[in-house]
Design a protein around this ligand. Structure first.
Ligand code: HEC
Ligand code: HEC
Length: 295
């Protein structure tokens, strides 16, 4: 019996491998429409709804309020409310042009020229490719308008007037280099280091990228505090000894290596939609990082 099972398991694996190569060599990216790409990103690695969709006490999304904004995100530097980014004309971004939405995401500037402050991760979205940012706009255009007025963010810091020169053209990062592509997925699209880098008095300490220790007070307004963990390949403090499967399980199921359930700060349900190919690139990139703290 078990021999037969083993053979059929092997056969299944072979079939999967053949199918996945066919899928890749067919170049699915070329056939993918902008809206399909946008849906894949929004339901997956980009997870804008992790901040822009209000949450129930169990951290699930409030029904009928997708991207309608309004829960508080607190830090010593701000008490922020992610705005309504539905297509509602009055209280959302329904009246903004595609170019204006793209500028708000990558340059962090509203149509009236004011700066969008943290924690909106525009400084990392500046590296988002033209195709991906256009795909996200194509998706946002399909979001149901919700009339919802959101309070204004209060900043305890002085914001700059801009994050840098305007973003013009950003080309796609090729999947042929899994580490560069993995960096694009983690650093840019997933803004992982926004949460996983220590935030010090003067901002992020970029010498300690991925080392963690960032405290989240009252995350999603749900009343609990959590601290992000070390995702560098440090053998003792980071993911150095973890298997690929364990890293994927933490991201997609919210279970740490020792079996502990992780606090729902990361959007696990979204990361479940990230393709195997993209998950492998993310893991490859994390493994290529500098282990921290330095020995
Ligand atoms: C970490 C939380 C977070 C994530 C992730 C995030 N945002 Fe934001 N976003 C915010 C906050 C907070 C603001 C408002 C900041 C302020 O008040 O200055 C904002 C502002 C915006 C605005 C300006 C809206 C307005 O009316 O001023 C747009 C558009 C926007 N975000 C789109 C997006 C998109 C698209 C994504 C995903 C690609 C995204 N955001 C991801 C937190 C986030
Ligand atoms: C909104 C903030 C946020 C974002 C975005 C985020 N994380 Fe996390 N992550 C956390 C927090 C907080 C924890 C720890 C939760 C806990 O300890 O219960 C965590 C835990 C982890 C763990 C488990 C570590 C361990 O020791 O158990 C891994 C792996 C991880 N994150 C990887 C990633 C990757 C890769 C990305 C980007 C694709 C990412 N995270 C994006 C906040 C975030």
């Amino acid at each position: 019996m078990s021999g037969v099972n083993l053979v059929s398991k092997r056969l299944q694996i072979v079939i999967c491998l053949v199918l996945s190569t066919m899928f890749n060599s067919a170049g699915f990216a070329a056939d993918e429409t902008l809206l399909e790409r946008g849906t894949y990103l929004m339901d997956g690695i980009a997870a804008c709804g992790n901040c822009h969709t209000p949450k129930n006490p169990d951290a699930s999304d409030v029904e009928g309020m997708a991207y309608a904004g309004s829960f508080v995100i607190e830090s010593p530097n701000f008490k922020a409310y992610a705005p309504n980014i539905t297509m509602d004309i009055e209280t959302g971004i329904g009246s903004w042009s595609d170019e204006e939405i793209i500028r708000s995401i990558r340059d962090g500037l509203r149509p009236d020229g004011t700066l969008i402050g943290p924690p909106m991760p525009s400084p990392v979205y500046a590296l988002m490719s033209d195709r991906d940012v256009e795909a996200i706009v194509a998706y946002l255009r399909t979001v149901e308008p919700v009339n919802n007025v959101v309070p204004k963010t209060v900043f305890n810091i002085t914001l700059p007037t801009s994050y840098g020169p305007p973003v013009t053209t950003v080309t796609d990062v090729s999947k042929d280099d899994p580490i560069a592509y993995g960096r694009y997925l983690t650093y840019t699209l997933g803004h992982c280091f926004d949460c996983h880098t220590p935030l010090e008095e003067n901002g992020y300490n970029f010498d300690r990228i991925g080392e963690s220790g960032r405290v989240f007070d009252n995350i999603f307004g749900l009343g609990f505090t959590t601290v992000s963990l070390n995702i560098t390949p440090h053998k003792q403090y980071g993911l150095g000894e973890w298997s690929d499967k364990e890293i994927k399980r933490a991201m997609q199921e919210g279970v740490s290596r020792n079996g502990r359930s992780l606090v729902r700060a990361m959007p696990f349900p979204n990361y479940q939609n990230v393709s195997e190919e993209d998950m492998n690139a993310i893991v490859a990139y994390l493994r290529s990082m500098k282990p921290l703290p330095a020995d």
